[in-house]
Design a binder for this molecule. Structure first.
Ligand code: ARG
Length: 376
């Protein structure tokens, strides 16, 4: 046993022994330490899920006809090709900034599948690793995913997860959900301005469900929102798994279609938080005292096809460290605001990707950010 007066120098050799190496291959505790390795999603093989209440709860108004026309079929090829080009360019930019990039395997999601209790005409995609993988320190959590279409999304990450496991990561899949009718509620708040007690999720408390992207990491403090894919039981599962050395703070934003927290708040550096000015009326108590930058509106034309999310993905940026941040190239107001705030924005075109439901933060999952051995 280590006594409380043992110095770090005495502890370190034991720590190294326990860890088996000076540094972990998988280690990321926040959104701003220097990024060393990242997974970047793939749009090739994407399919459009069939229209159902879970989709209705979160997609922008006016998209039902797209889902009715393409549901169960491959995502329109022109949209896939344009987003795929942007992803390849993002990969090149990340590599040129010194980041190791890994990709999920390319699967065809336009295939029907079933469990003994339900069936689905297609999957979705492996475009958004952030939705599925939650890295907390050296643990990789695989989310249960509440959408039936996303039930087998993990297949695309399987080879990477085994590689990380073989390199020492702790690998923690959430309990496999049943996704039976009892999980889904038709009494959900749909685009209504209801918050607090009155807001109704599209998922019940039948079993724990969450998407990784409803969590955002600030070291030992993690902020989470309940959403149309994340319930209280899912949050409690993560809380108990991480144990008492982490504090999970639940917060509700004024989001009429909540699904994924990373277009509501985005920490860029210690004490610096980019916020969605429409959704953030108050910050979680743990972030009191942080400097807040209200994100300027997106410059996106109203005609741009936004199938799955709002233009607030303008603020869905990824930090390479406490200064460098990747921002969509046509979002000049945000680029300017970040420069004035002391950051070095790296403009990268990504509008075609927006159509798939997110931007840089969604399209990536950090695997390793620089850390000291004594963080472990
Ligand atoms: N639901 C958010 C919005 O419409 C988009 C969040 C996207 N995030 C993600 N990880 N896929 O503003």
């Amino acid at each position: 046993m280590l006594g409380k007066h043992d110095s770090y120098e005495e502890v370190k050799p034991i720590n190294d022994l326990l860890c088996g190496a000076a540094k972990k291959r998988v280690y990321s505790a926040n959104e701003w330490d220097t990024l060393e390795e990242v997974i970047v999603g793939v749009v090739d093989g994407a399919a459009v899920p069939t229209w159902d209440p879970m989709i209705e709860a979160v997609v922008p108004d006016g998209q039902e006809s797209f889902f009715r026309a393409y549901g169960g079929k491959p995502w329109p090829a022109n949209e896939v090709a344009a987003a795929s080009r942007e992803l390849e360019n993002l990969v090149a930019v990340l590599k040129s900034e010194g980041v190791t990039v890994k990709r999920p395997s390319t699967e065809s999601f336009a295939k029907p599948f079933s469990t003994p209790n339900w069936s689905q005409q297609s999957g979705l995609y492996a475009a958004m690793p952030r939705d599925y993988l939650l890295v907390v320190g050296d643990v990789i959590i695989e989310s249960p995913m509440a959408w039936r279409s996303r039930y087998f999304e993990g297949t695309a990450y399987r080879a990477l997860l085994k590689e990380y496991f073989n390199n020492g990561a702790r690998w923690l899949p959430a309990p496999r959900p049943e996704l039976s009718a009892e999980l889904f509620s038709t009494q959900f708040s749909n685009g209504q301005e209801l918050f607090g007690e009155e807001w109704q999720s599209a998922v019940t408390e039948f079993e724990p469900v969450f998407d990784a992207a409803d969590f955002v990491r600030f070291g030992r403090d993690i902020v989470v929102q309940r959403s149309h894919v994340t319930n209280a039981a899912g949050i409690e599962w993560v809380r108990r798994c991480l144990g008492p050395s982490y504090t999970i703070h639940e917060h509700q934003f004024h989001d009429a279609h909540p699904m994924h927290i990373d277009a509501s708040i985005m920490p860029l550096a210690p004490g610096k938080l980019l916020i969605n000015p429409e959704r953030v009326k108050d910050v979680p108590a743990v972030l009191k005292g942080w400097d807040l930058l209200p994100a300027p509106r997106s410059t996106l034309p109203a005609s741009h096809p936004m199938r799955m999310c709002s233009p607030w993905v303008v603020m869905n940026v990824i930090s390479l460290d406490e200064r460098r941040v990747i921002v969509e190239a046509s979002e000049e107001p945000l680029i300017k605001a970040l420069r004035n705030w002391g950051f070095e924005p790296i403009p990268v075109p990504f509008r075609a990707f927006y159509s798939f439901g997110g931007s840089f933060h969604c399209a990536t999952a950090d695997i390793r950010r620089r850390h000291a051995t004594n963080d472990l």
